[in-house]
Write a protein that binds this ligand. Structure first.
Ligand code: DOR
Ligand code: ZN
Ligand code: ZN
Length: 448
């Protein structure tokens, strides 16, 4: 047999160990992993010169925008950023223009994306307006539902406990998770109104609205709402010790609950507001050092399940509004997440095994992406190839995302993405997108 390609001299992450090996690729899948003498003949051979090969990383939390918000990001620029950041699969959030919250809006989005994907993309849907549509949206291929609790985004009234409970129950039989943005709308709106009335408009005032209690209240509320159902919940961007403890409690009680943290809430703290101002406004906001430390401990003891970048591109003008209430929340994350985290591996704050679990194995498990997340024969040939010892400075001006700014600009990091291979095709190499055409596919949920 002559396969499409063989990668030689790889240091690949196989079953928890870095192993010297070669990888044969055929028709977009890993055909064989083994010694060079056992490799089949290949049309193309690439010597990796001992670069580190990880299973293609999955970013479960990305806002690709496009459609009505294409001026901030589109499928081409967003998936180029993903490839440059070492991600081979990203999951796209539904707070778009229009909001993804029906079979029709999901289909439109998939159709528009299809021909412009440099990495694999899965799509979330917000809750639709009617319950029968929940099933239809899953059949339509959504990887999960997103429940945004901070303001009214989807079709279910977030202030109405019984409506929410019914919607969550409806998803329980559907083999997809519900990803939750946990901020309590009522408490948040009341805080905001008070501050606005007092003409408080500084970046620090945003933290006074998006308090720790706002997060905890929402987490506790949903945990109560899922009592008696076995719906799978995944809490997005957890930023406080209290919320982490509440989630740990639910896990102990055998609820199907997991959670994510973002690199922003690990690498930055509320102290950085002084330095970066409105640029680092995000929801949930940066927290004080005690909270940041609690998140790191959560990574160490397994309370945190995944890392998501929460890639949230905006224009620089949108970030620089004079009143903090007009500032768009969020920053781009796809091109900084991996080097930031690998730098922390070098500093021994976490291990490479944890990185693979947080950014590949667990997201694949949670979202039922059964043929991704591990390097094994038969799985998709999605590979993140890293020059681990390469030190470099983050340069936001060179980002592939349209949002060419970052609080990490100029930070010295280690662990550079050398190549990103998606479904067997090299998409990104030595700083450039080299793939022609659409290499990524649309990944569908509901397969757990
Ligand atoms: O910071 C954020 N940005 N938090 C969100 O929940 C939304 C996101 C966005 O879409 O920009
Ligand atoms: Zn969110
Ligand atoms: Zn988000």
């Amino acid at each position: 047999m002559i396969v499409d390609s063989v990668l030689t001299n790889a240091k690949a992450y196989l079953k928890g160990q870095i192993t010297d090996c070669c990888i044969a690729i055929e028709e977009g899948k890993i055909q064989k992993i083994g010694k060079e003498t056992n490799m089949p003949q290949a049309d193309e051979k690439t010597d990796l010169h001992n670069l580190l090969v990880l299973p293609g990383l999955i970013d479960e939390h990305v806002h690709l925008r496009d459609e009505g918000r294409a001026y901030k990001e589109d499928f081409a620029s967003g998936t180029a950023a993903a490839a440059a950041g070492g991600f081979t699969t990203v999951l796209d959030m539904p707070n778009n223009e229009p909001v993804t919250m029906s079979v029709q809006s999901l289909r439109n989005r998939m159709q528009l994306a299809q021909r412009r994907l440099l990495v694999n993309v899965g799509f979330y849907s917000e809750f639709p307006k009617t319950f029968p549509e929940i099933k239809e949206v899953v059949s339509g291929g959504a990887v999960g539902f997103k429940l945004f609790m901070g303001n009214q985004t989807g079709g279910v009234n977030v202030d109405d406990d019984s409506a929410l409970k019914e919607a969550l129950k409806e998803v329980a039989g559907q083999k997809v998770p519900v990803a939750v943005h946990a901020e309590d709308r009522t408490m948040l709106a009341a805080n905001e109104a008070k501050l606005k009335k007092a003409q408080k408009t500084a970046p620090a005032d945003y933290l006074r609205a998006h308090t720790e209690e706002v997060e905890l209240k929402a987490v506790q509320r949903v945990l109560k709402l899922i009592e008696g159902t076995d719906v799978q919940l995944h809490f997005c961007h957890i930023s406080t010790k209290g919320a982490l403890e509440a989630i740990a409690g639910a896990k102990k009680a055998s609820k199907a609950v997991t959670c994510e943290v973002t690199p922003n809430h690990l690498m930055l703290s509320s102290d950085d507001l002084q330095r970066y101002g409105s640029l680092v406004i995000m929801a949930p906001p940066l927290r004080d050092r005690l909270q940041v430390e609690a998140l790191w401990r959560g990574l160490e003891d397994g309370a945190v399940d995944t890392l998501g970048s929460d890639h949230a591109p905006h224009t620089l003008e949108e970030k620089m509004a004079s009143s903090v209430w007009d500032v768009k929340a969020g920053i781009p994350g796809l091109e900084v997440t991996l080097p930031l985290i690998l730098t922390m591996v070098r500093k021994r704050r976490l291990t490479l095994n944890q990185v693979v679990s947080l950014l590949a194995e667990k997201p694949a498990e949670i979202y039922g992406l059964t043929d991704r997340g591990r390097l094994e024969a038969g799985k998709a040939a999605d590979l993140t190839i890293i020059d681990y010892n390469c030190q470099f400075k983050i340069e936001a001006a060179k980002f592939k995302t349209k949002a060419k700014f970052s609080p990490y600009n100029g930070w010295e990091v280690n662990g550079k993405v050398a190549k990103t291979i998606v479904n067997g095709t090299v998409v990104y190499e030595d700083g450039e997108i080299i793939a022609k055409g659409s290499v990524g596919g649309i990944v569908r949920g509901g397969t757990r």
